[in-house]
Design a protein around this ligand. Sequence first.
Ligand code: NAP
Length: 294
Amino acid sequence: MPGTSLAVLGHPIKHSISPAMQNAALAELARTDAQYADWHYHRFEIHPDDLPHALTLLHAKKFRGVNLTVPHKIIAFDRVAAIDPAARPVGAVNTLLWTPAGWHGFNTDGYGMATAIRESLGRDLSASPILLLGAGGAARGAGVECLQRGCPALWIANRTRETLDQLLAVLKPVQGSIPLHGVTLESLGANATGLPAGLLVINATSAGLRDTDPLPIDLSLLSRPAAVFDMIYNPPQTRLLQAAAGLGLPNAHGLGMLIHQGARALEIWTGVPAARTAPAMSSAAHAAMGLSEA
Ligand code: NAP
């Protein structure tokens, strides 16, 4: 392939809007810097069994960078030559940078989430007590980010006790002196009134992807003020966000997180600050989703 190549690998990948976002940002960069005119971001459907071979091949072909999406983020973690220290406790990588020694792995999801929350809700993770819903891969990244940014306190609520306990064990080394509590979603109802005012609720469960999914939490039980960030962006208006809006709580969907993790990945590959490419990515992402930009 001529020029400089980037790619996203996933299974499935066909609905990914990352190529639209990244190629829009590269086109924007090329307007003022000709070197980006022959950069291109591709998408490849890769079965998990084929990931090691694909990574070896793309490295041999000198792809400048790779993004990884479901289910490759965890598999790739053990397949890279070096890991960014901030990504180590997450146990997953979503961005790889070509180096002569092999792939250098990063995780830009936490940056994406923190930046989107600041932009859409005006909240800093370092200043908000947080209720994180979920204990899967996305919750792990979110929990590490909240603790690394020094949130005042972190509650985690999950449907299944076992996965909740696994996440709490993973977060312990990053916890420092930050109060960290775990509850099941079932028992959250009885405890919700004890949570502090000013809470930032982050939904990292997949409840909300379908209209028929149960609400992970009854937001009316929370002390005010509170704000809600849902990592889900398709659909953009989950039942949780509708409930938040109905209660007058500030709320935002997860498209901003996708945009900012992408801008940070492009910064790793190009050195161009993420803030410079995020607007082009945002326009492309909103257009791809059929949404208007606020
Ligand atoms: P995952 O590893 O499969 O974890 C799923 C989580 O959702 C688990 O905690 C699971 O609880 C919980 N859950 C599933 N169905 C539920 C239900 N009906 N009621 C309550 N809890 C339920 O998935 P993931 O990779 O962490 O992704 C989670 C969500 O984040 C997805 O919707 C994904 O689209 C979104 N996400 C968005 C971005 C972005 O850029 N905006 C990035 C990453 C992920 P159990 O432990 O009880 O099964």
